[in-house]
Structure formats: C-alpha cells, structure tokens
Design a protein around this ligand. Sequence first.
Ligand SMILES: NC(=O)c1ccc[n+]([C@@H]2O[C@H](COP(=O)([O-])OP(=O)(O)OC[C@H]3O[C@@H](n4cnc5c(N)ncnc54)[C@H](OP(=O)(O)O)[C@@H]3O)[C@@H](O)[C@H]2O)c1
Length: 266
Amino acid sequence: MSGAVLVIGAQSEIGQALIGRVLAEEPESQVIAVSRSSCPDVLSSHVSDERARLVWLRCDYSDKQMGEVVKDCADLLAEKQRTLSRLVICNGRLHDATISPEKRIEEIDREALHAVFESNAVIPALWLKHLKVLLKTHLKGKIPAVIAVLSARIGSIEDNGKGGWYAYRASKAALNMLLKTSAIEYQRTLPELRFIAFHPGTTDTPLSKPFQRSVPEGKLFTPDFVAASLLARLSEALAPVEEEAGDNRKRPPARFVAWDGSEIPW
Ligand SMILES: NC(=O)c1ccc[n+]([C@@H]2O[C@H](COP(=O)([O-])OP(=O)(O)OC[C@H]3O[C@@H](n4cnc5c(N)ncnc54)[C@H](OP(=O)(O)O)[C@@H]3O)[C@@H](O)[C@H]2O)c1
C-alpha cells in the first residue's frame, strides 16, 4: 500500500514500531510523525535521506501548534502528491513520577485525574477536531481513510469486571465515546472515513513496565508485533464491505477492536 501515514504521539514505542514497519515494508509510503520530542536516533536516517520518507514535526499539543501542524501536513501532502489514508493517534499516559494508577477510590487525586484525562482523552479529541479541515479538503469525501486511536480494553464499560485504575480506565472510556461521537458526525460529510479504537494488548513499553509481572506467559507483546497487528486492522478497515445477497449490512460508525481483530464491547 502506498500513500501517506500520519502518526501522532510518535515517540510512543508502539508508534515508533509502526513507523519502522511502514518504512521497511512499504517503499512508496510517506510517513508524517508528530510528537512533543525530537525524532529518536533509530528513525533519524529516514528523516535525512534524500527522499525524506519520514517527516518529523514537533508539537506541544497546544491548539495553536496543532493548527500549524495540520497546515504543514496539508502542504507536505500537496508537495509530495500523496493521499493520506491512515492516521494513528498514540497518546496515552498511565503513570509517571507523580501519577500511579489508583487501587482504591481514596487514591483519586484531582490533579492526577485531570492530567491523565488531558493526555488520554482531551489531546486525541482536539486532534479529531483540528484534522477535520485537512480531511475535508484532502479526502473530499471520496477516498477511503481510517483514523485509529490507541485505546485499551480497560476502557470498556461493559468489560469492567475488576475495577481499579480509575483515571486510566475512565479516560480511555471517554476517549472511546469522543471517537464514536466524532465518527457519527464525520459520517455525514466524510462517509469514507473509518474510525477504530484499538486495544494493543499488554505491550512491552515504558507505559506497562511497572505492571508486567502479572502478565501471563506469551501475553506480553513486542511493539513490533503490535505494530503489525495494527497495520492489519487498518487494512481491514480500508477494505470495502463485502456485499452479500439480500444483506443490507451497514458499516458501524466506529469499531472497538483488539490486536487480533476481535470486537470489544464499548
Ligand atoms: N503498552 C501497553 O501495554 C498498552 C496497553 C493498552 C493501551 N496502550 C496505549 O497505547 C498507546 C501507546 O502507548 P505505549 O505503550 O507505546 O507507551 P509509551 O511509549 O509510553 O508512549 C506514550 C505516548 O503518550 C504520549 N504522551 C505521554 N505523556 C504525554 C503527555 N503528558 N501529554 C501528551 N502526550 C503524552 C507520547 O507522545 P509524544 O510522542 O508526544 O511523547 C506517546 O505517544 C497509549 O495510548 C496507551 O494508553 C498501551
């Protein structure tokens, strides 16, 4: 597949693996990466090579800079004559020096709750807003494209049997609702745009590091394995719906899917 892929929150280990795979497997594809940080060494040769198959844009996720990034993307796609068909938003925060997932309701903290919602739900929602201008002018409602956000099974309200991890769980549920709501709105003007909330499974990245001891054997995935799964889900989303005789199936506005393609209840 050729065209362009936009990866937001590209410093994410899953995002980096995704970029690496696209560059390795799709010689004609262009990647645009957006991150607070500069390009990691492992990918920098692709930025400096003469075809510049990877363009790395810095962004502090303020509205101002998000708008500027969207404009830069539009200019780049026009200059390189590429069609943007896959967009992946990787941003997510579970813990850091001051935040850790709550085991009990007494541990809920106002600032931590706001911070986790900001990274997991607010920033992706703002991207869904800012990207509308680009998608409307670029896709013109005709070209199939897919937007995936990196969600987590823990954000499924129906699947919540264990409790705990209030901020992360609730912010991913909020992300899912924001995605599905925007998918319904986008469907009116860009019916060929598809939406996925993607659960990668527990993946060996800094985000899951402190919690890997309880992961059953064989269930801790490498970022590269997850990147391959995500690319497969994106391809499925872009494939035409199979028409079956007498079947009036309609594509749902958004799907919540796991790495293996299985459906997760919202
Ligand atoms: N690893 C897992 O087991 C697992 C399981 C389920 C879901 N997920 C989800 O998968 C996604 C990628 O995670 P990962 O495992 O690759 O983790 P990671 O390497 O820690 O990546 C963290 C990501 O979150 C962004 N981020 C971190 N702090 C932020 C902040 N304060 N403000 C804005 N953005 C911030 C980073 O963006 P920059 O590029 O701007 O730094 C980066 O995209 C996350 O949404 C995570 O919730 C991961």
